[in-house]
Ligand binder design. Structure first.
Ligand SMILES: Cc1ncc(C[n+]2csc(CCOP(=O)(O)OP(=O)(O)O)c2C)c(N)n1
Ligand code: SF4
Length: 312
């Protein structure tokens, strides 16, 4: 190593001089974050920020909503208007915000437990109504924050703190639930598919209707350790081995199990009327019918008056 290189290493910039490439969109005063080493959430947040930049949305008009959990911390780390709501209630909160202020791009960023266990009912009904919000769900197969209890996504036979002999409950296939409930956009990626995930987030940000993106992401601490004696990195390697991209796959037929393939892709990308558009067209046709009815009544009254005058 020559002297110049040596000098460059010795003279590393001080902490004050160092800048995070995404610091404009992150609340740096909240760093260091709470996530464990090897957790996939850092990559998920990076893809989210990059996706919003790529979508070229007006950041003053973006609102991010999270529920409770490790994933839910995203609302606290992103430097945009963001709301850390109660467990399971991110979607109703986001729905209200979007309906009251329809210029906003509203994104829910939360965990599989938050969105599909306690919040499951809200998710299916928001998808059914095609509410114009985006939902990004980080699926780490477990309740991470509270110590690794079974989630509705825990694969059969996987170990969790509430399934010490292996899980015997059939898990939800998240993209299948979103698709069957009527979402306009449905995609699944792993935390390794950063470029494709970023593109999906950008696509959804500019799309009307209920958009759902599942990110399969490693929980290094309470899922990986308990199930494979490995780390978050080992789980990522496993995802790499098992992932297949197939955009034409039927999202209702691609559950994730402990050792099978993880089918990823953009499965649904449709245009259909949103909840608000249906409300507007309902009101419009009702008003038109009333105007028509009043006109008919007016003409009838005119006719009757004319007739009675002619009889006088
Ligand atoms: C009403 C209510 N019930 C239960 C909890 C406890 N709780 C906090 S986070 C969580 C699960 C989080 O799991 P998930 O959404 O998958 O997020 P992760 O931590 O795995 O990212 C639970 C049950 C709570 N905070 N509020
Ligand atoms: S518990 Fe799991 S999901 Fe939560 S921060 Fe740690 S590794 Fe990530």
């Amino acid at each position: 190593m020559n002297n110049e290189n040596m000098q460059a290493i010795v003279e590393r910039p001080s902490d004050e001089e160092q800048h995070h490439p995404m610091e404009d969109l992150l609340r740096m005063d909240r760093m260091p974050h709470i996530w464990c080493p090897g957790c996939g959430l850092g990559s998920c947040l990076t893809a989210f920020v990059e996706g919003l930049i790529k979508a070229d949305v007006n950041f003053d008009k973006v609102a991010v909503v999270s529920g409770i959990g490790c994933t839910g911390r995203v609302a606290g780390y992103i430097k945009l208007d963001s709301y850390h709501t109660t467990h399971g209630r991110a979607i109703p909160f986001a729905t209200g915000m979007k309906l009251a202020n329809r210029d906003l791009t509203v994104v829910v960023f939360s965990g599989d437990g938050d969105l599909f266990a306690i919040g499951g009912n809200h998710l299916i009904h928001a998808a059914r109504r095609n509410v114009d919000i985006n939902v990004i769900c980080v699926n780490n197969f477990i309740y991470g924050m509270t110590g690794g209890q079974n989630a509705p996504t825990t694969p059969l036979k996987a170990y969790s703190s509430t399934a010490p002999y292996g899980n015997y409950e059939q898990p939800f296939n998240l993209v299948g639930v979103a698709a069957a409930s009527g979402a306009s956009y449905v995609a699944r990626w792993t935390a390794l598919h950063l470029r494709r995930l970023t593109d999906s987030i950008a696509e959804a940000a500019n799309k009307k209707g209920f958009c759902f993106i599942e990110i399969v992401s490693p929980c290094a601490t309470v899922f990986a350790r308990r199930n494979m004696g490995g780390t978050g990195l080992d789980l990522l390697k496993e995802f790499q081995k098992r992932s297949i991209i197939d955009h034409s796959a039927d999202p209702t037929k691609i559950p994730i199990d402990m050792d099978g393939k993880i089918i990823c892709g953009e499965f649904i990308n449709e245009d259909k009327p949103t909840f608000w558009e249906n409300v507007q067209s309902g009101i419009k046709s009702k008003v038109e019918k009333e105007v028509e009815w009043e006109e008919m009544q007016r003409k009838l009254r005119q006719k009757v008056t004319k007739k009675s005058k002619s009889m006088e």
